[in-house]
Design a protein. Structure first.
Length: 318
């Protein structure tokens, strides 16, 4: 092996180090929730029975290894590449390393929540999701604007830092009915559609794509406009169109994008079945089963991140 594989080995070292520390602290009972100990023996919000063992939710914890494995696969793939100045998702560079790193972190973030059932674990889990989901739509805007690579990375880091602090002191809607994760799904689809069909006129109407995304996830336009105090953030649907001032110079193969979306939507439907807050009478909830709906959600969404990686690698300049 040559030196070019060092990023992979470093990522592997960090991943193994986290797991050793996490397993050790869990074995000594140092990080599990004490306040919620009364829930031991009951079904958790995510269906699995809360345990007094190594992890509060063993299956839902260990299924997050899928993210770490996928992230390491991405690192290995990037290390084998020859650097390509035309596509940031080919070869080792700041953008590709960022993508692979946030995929890996999805695993530890979620492990900390399901393994400990603590508030800070929930914060780490939510932050890992935000660190991933804002990256694709910011990258799409970067690809259709005059942003430099440093500006793109600075904006990304700023959003993550501001969100992490605000989320620590509030909740996942930041106290202002603003779910950045959900909104970012819409911004991703909008920016991806804009990349494919970019024109001056489409920039003006691209925000309407966001309403199609809302409908796919069960929220109809009449509900939105009847509750604008809750859905005020729909104005952000026009953010990609506003910032994407340049026609993209590349073309992407959308096979992997649709494969990723199919995997994600399938995972989301399964997630609904494993969420007892939303679906308290779920037929698919078996608290003592080794097959947990939420665990499948983890594995399918991990697979989706790999498909999306292939999607961005397919970009070729025209």
């Amino acid at each position: 092996m040559t030196n070019k594989f060092y990023p992979f080995y470093f990522a592997l070292f960090i991943s193994v180090t986290f797991l050793v520390i996490f397993f050790t602290l869990s074995a000594f009972g140092l990080i599990q929730s004490i306040e919620n100990a009364y829930l031991i023996g009951e079904a958790s919000r995510w269906c699995e029975r809360v345990s007094d063992g190594l992890f509060r939710e063993p299956v839902n914890t260990l299924s997050n290894l899928g993210f770490m494995v996928v992230g390491l696969i991405i690192f290995w793939t990037l290390c084998k590449d020859e650097n390509n100045n035309k596509n940031p998702f080919i070869g080792i560079n700041p953008i590709s390393v960022l993508y692979a790193s946030v995929v890996i972190y999805l695993g530890p973030g979620s492990m900390l929540m399901h393994g400990t059932n603590t508030e800070w674990g929930g914060w780490a889990d939510n932050l890992s999701m935000i660190m991933y989901i804002i990256l694709p739509w910011l990258y799409n805007i970067y690809s259709m604007s005059n942003w430099s690579k440093n500006k793109f990375l600075s904006i990304y880091a700023s959003i993550v830092i501001i969100y992490s602090v605000a989320r620590w002191f509030t909740d996942y809607e930041l106290g202002i009915s603003f779910n950045l994760f959900g909104v970012s799904i819409g911004l991703w689809v909008i920016s991806e559609t804009l990349y494919r069909f970019w024109s001056l006129s489409f920039r003006l109407i691209s925000g309407l794509v966001g309403f199609l995304v809302l409908m796919i996830f069960g929220t109809m336009p009449n509900e939105v406009f009847n509750n604008l105090n809750e859905y005020w953030w729909i104005i952000l649907f026009w953010l990609p169109g506003l910032l994407s001032s340049k026609k993209p110079r590349g073309k992407r193969s959308y096979i992997w994008y649709f494969a990723g979306m199919f995997a994600y939507i399938a995972a989301w439907l399964i997630w609904l079945e494993g969420n007892l807050t939303i679906n308290p009478n779920s037929q698919f909830c078996n608290p003592d089963s080794l097959v947990q709906a939420h665990g499948i959600w983890h594995l399918l969404t991990a697979t989706a991140t790999l498909f999306f990686f292939y999607h961005y690698r397919s970009e070729k300049l025209t």
